[in-house]
Design a protein around this ligand. Sequence first.
Ligand SMILES: [Zn+2]
Length: 101
Amino acid sequence: MRQPPVAVCRPSAFLLRQIAFCPTCERRRRFAGRDCAWYGPTWTCCGCGDAWTDGERHPRPFRRGWRAEAIAAAKLQWRAAALFARSYHGRWLREQLGERW
Ligand SMILES: [Zn+2]
């Protein structure tokens, strides 16, 4: 019997970065952002690894070492975000939503 084709849906993302106040670190920090068309951007602090979407902090994983992993991932994402032109963000979003520009 043939297997049905599998559709893998992976939303495209636009990487962002900004310096902002982190409520966990209680100081200004680098934040790596990941924007997807149907959600608000998720911002991860490069100092503590906490992440927020639409102003809500994500739950912290209940396992050892998550913070170091999240910080390392955020720093990588921060560097990768340098390749995304901020001025292209609005155009990217309109394309994702199917609008012609
Ligand atoms: Zn922080």
